[in-house]
Design a binder for this molecule. Structure first.
Ligand code: HXC
Length: 260
C-alpha cells in the first residue's frame, strides 16, 4: 500500500527522535514521498548512523541536528538551524519520548519528572520552537504528535507516560483551537504495539508480556512502523486538510479489547 509518489514534494518536515524506532519509519516514509526531512535527537552517534542508513537503504538525504526536547532555548536553535537546511518547517512530528516501567509507589520524583519533561514539556517546547516556521507554511503547517492509546485509559506501571501522553492529546486540541487561525493543524496518532521498536522490546517483550498483549489485539499481530508512518502521511498531506484536534488510533483495534 502506498500513497501517490511525490505527494510531499516541496514539504519540509522535522521528526524528533527520528533516528530510531517509530521515528525512523516516519522519516523513511516522508522522505520517500518527497519531503525534505530533518531529525533531532540527543545523541550525535545515533543521528549520524541513522542518516547514513537512510542514504544507503532508501537513497534519502536527511538533515540532522542534536537537541534535547527538554531544553526550550536549545531546541529553538536546533529547529532554526534545521529549517535553514530543509527549507522551513511545514510538518512537525513530535515523536521523541522516554518511558520505563515502574509501579507508582516506587516511582521517584525525578523519574516522574524526567518522563513528563521529555514527553509533555518536550512536545510543548517543540511546538513553540516550530511555530514561527509553521505559520509561514504555504499550505498550512501540520503538527502530528505520537501518543498512545493508553493515554485514554490508565497505564499501570507507567503513570508518568500515561499522564504525559494524555496531556499531549489535550495540548493538540488546544493548539487546534488556537492556531487554526494560522492555518496550522494539530493532531495525534495513538500507536498500539509496534514490532521492532525499543518501546515494545523493553516494555512488553522483556517484561514477558508479548503473548498477553497479542491476545488483546483483535487483528492478531503487532503493527509495523510503516502503519504509523502512513497515518503521519495522511495528516501531513492534502488528505488531512480539514482535520485538526483529532486523534487516530493505529492499534489493530486493541484499545477496545481490554477484557471482561
Ligand atoms: C525506575 C527509573 C528507571 C526504571 C530511570 N529511572 N529508569 N526508575 N525504573 N527502569 C529513574 C532514574 O532512577 C532517575 O531517578 C530518573 O528516572 C531519571 O533517570 P535518568 O537515567 O537520569 O534519565 P535520562 O538519562 O534523562 O533518561 C531518560 C529515560 C530513559 C526516560 C529514563 O529511559 C530514556 O532516555 N529513554 C529514551 C528512549 C525511550 O524511553 N524510548 C521508549 C519510548 S516508548 P532518580 O530518582 O534515581 O534520580 C514509548 C511508548 C511505548 O514511550 C509503548 C509500548 C506499548
Amino acid at each position: 500500500m502506498s500513497f501517490a509518489s511525490g505527494i510531499l514534494t516541496g514539504k519540509s518536515a522535522i521528526v524528533t527522535g527520528g533516528a530510531t524506532g517509530i521515528g525512523s519509519f516516519i522519516v523513511r516514509k516522508l522522505g520517500a514521498l518527497g519531503a525534505n526531512v530533518g531529525i533531532v535527537s540527543r545523541k550525535e552517534e545515533n543521528l549520524i548512523s541513522a542518516v547514513n542508513e537512510f542514504k544507503a537503504s532508501d537513497d534519502i538525504d536527511v538533515a540532522w541536528c542534536t537537541g534535547d526536547v527538554r531544553d526550550p532555548e536549545g531546541i529553538k536553535k536546533s529547529f532554526d538551524q534545521l529549517a535553514g537546511k530543509i527549507g522551513g518547517i511545514d510538518i512537525l512530528v513530535c515523536n521523541a519520548a522516554g518511558n520505563f516501567i515502574c509501579p507508582t509507589e516506587d516511582l521517584s520524583w525525578n523519574g516522574w519528572r524526567t518522563v513528563i519533561e521529555i514527553d509533555l514539556n518536550g512536545t510543548f517546547n517543540c511546538c513553540q520552537a516550530a511555530f514561527p516556521h509553521l505559520k509561514e507554511s504555504t499550505d498550512g503547517g501540520r503538527i502530528i504528535s505520537i501518543s498512545t492509546t493508553q493515554a485514554d485509559f490508565g497505564w499501570p506501571g507507567a503513570a508518568h507516560a500515561a499522564a504525559a501522553k494524555s496531556g499531549i492529546q489535550n495540548l493538540m486540541k488546544t493548539l487546534a483551537a488556537e492556531w487554526g487561525k494560522y492555518n496550522i493543524r494539530s493532531n495525534w496518532i495513538s500507536p498500539g504495539p509496534i514490532q521492532g521498536t525499543e518501546g515494545v522490546d523493553r516494555l512488553i517483550i522483556q517484561q514477558g508480556l508479548a503473548d498477553q498483549v497479542l491476545e488483546r489485539v483483535p487483528l492478531g499481530t503487532f503493527g509495523k512502523g510503516e502503519d504509523i508512518a502512513n497515518a503521519v502521511v495522511y495528516f501531513s498531506s492534502d488528505t488531512g486538510r480539514y482535520v485538526s484536534g483529532a486523534g487516530l488510533a493505529v492499534d489493530g483495534g486493541s484499545q477496545w479489547n481490554r477484557g471482561r
